[in-house]
Design a protein around this ligand. Structure first.
Ligand code: FES
Length: 317
């Protein structure tokens, strides 16, 4: 089971149009688990409603977590719950901090490309870079000044190494990613924001060369579990439990395990949070997640969205 901690909502602030931040402090007698640059937490909003948010304050702060949430009117309910129901004084459960978006400390320079609310992980990462005298630069892409949060706290962190680009929602006015990649050759690139931005940057980096790490909390094509899965069934073998379980066509491994009364902790069930990741020892999984790096996919699999090319997948469970 993923470990949880209880926190008190101590402050909420309107940061920009549609963006609300909230702060969490320990409940009486508890300490917050320390966190690192780029860490995120699962926030258990109510039964079955769990969302991942990046921790955005300085990781040196020991008694406070801060996250920010964009109200997504066509969303799946998490952001609406935060904006409309969560209030100062509420006590909620959150996971321990986790990291799928690590700073590559030995890179010569760090270039952050943020799209809208995707700015949040870069604030804690900027604190880390500044404290460790690492070269950094920020490209912050947003629609308009009124929807752009945290600029005031970014200025002292980045100084002149920050470019805010407004596109007014017009694709033709988007930032020139080809130029960006060309100008930042040799730097470690990081991107967080809408999937379109991350995919576009990723394609350009593939063509021009370079190194890019992305953070994505969006569900896979809006699909959950089984919808993204294999059309043919397969078998999972649980090595440590000595069990063999059939996974039907279109069924997720998680669903098959639950039907066989095998408990596996899940959170997003959309391949974005990493809660259900386990090691596999044999077989050819089809990785539908966005949480594992290619080298991690050689040994690990996100059970909520993975399919399987081989007839059998052997899991370290
Ligand atoms: S439960 Fe989030 S990746 Fe599987």
């Amino acid at each position: 089971m993923a470990e949880k901690q209880e926190v008190l909502i101590s402050a909420m602030r309107h940061e920009a149009k549609g963006i609300l931040s909230f702060e969490m402090v320990p409940t009486l007698g508890n300490n917050l688990i320390p966190f690192g640059a780029g860490d995120h937490i699962d926030v258990f909003l109510r039964d079955g409603l769990v969302r991942q948010y990046s921790l955005m304050n300085d990781p040196k702060e020991k008694n406070r977590y801060q996250v920010a949430v964009l109200l997504e009117r066509q969303g799946r309910g998490g952001s609406a719950f935060v904006h409309q129901t969560l209030r100062v004084g509420d006590v909620i459960a959150i996971s321990h901090p986790r990291n799928n978006f690590k700073i590559v400390d030995d890179a010569t320079a760090h270039v952050f490309v943020a799209g809208g609310i995707g700015i949040t992980p870069f604030i804690s990462m900027a604190h880390h870079c500044k404290q460790n005298a690492l070269l950094m630069k920020l490209y912050y892409c947003a629609r308009a000044p009124e929807t752009t949060a945290f600029v005031e706290q970014l200025v002292p962190l980045f100084g002149k190494n920050m470019l805010v680009h407004y596109d007014r929602g017009d694709l033709a006015k988007s930032i020139d990613l080809n130029e960006l990649v060309k100008n930042e050759k040799g730097a470690q690139l990081y991107c967080c924001g809408p999937r379109g931005l991350m995919n576009a940057l990723s394609e350009i980096v593939d063509l021009q060369g370079g190194s890019l790490i992305t953070e994505d909390f969006n569900p896979i094509s809006g699909k959950k579990g089984g919808e993204a899965l294999s059309e043919v069934g397969f078998t999972v073998e649980l090595l440590r439990s000595d069990l063999t379980i059939d996974v039907g066509p279109g069924q997720s491994i998680i669903e098959a395990l639950k039907a066989a009364n095998v408990e596996v902790e899940t959170s997003c069930e959309a391949g974005v949070c990493g809660t259900c990741v386990v090691d596999y020892l044999d077989g050819e999984p089809v990785h539908n997640d966005v949480v594992l790096m290619p080298d991690e996919q050689e040994t690990s699999v996100a059970l909520c969205v993975a399919g399987c090319k081989s007839k059998k997948l052997v899991l370290d469970l």
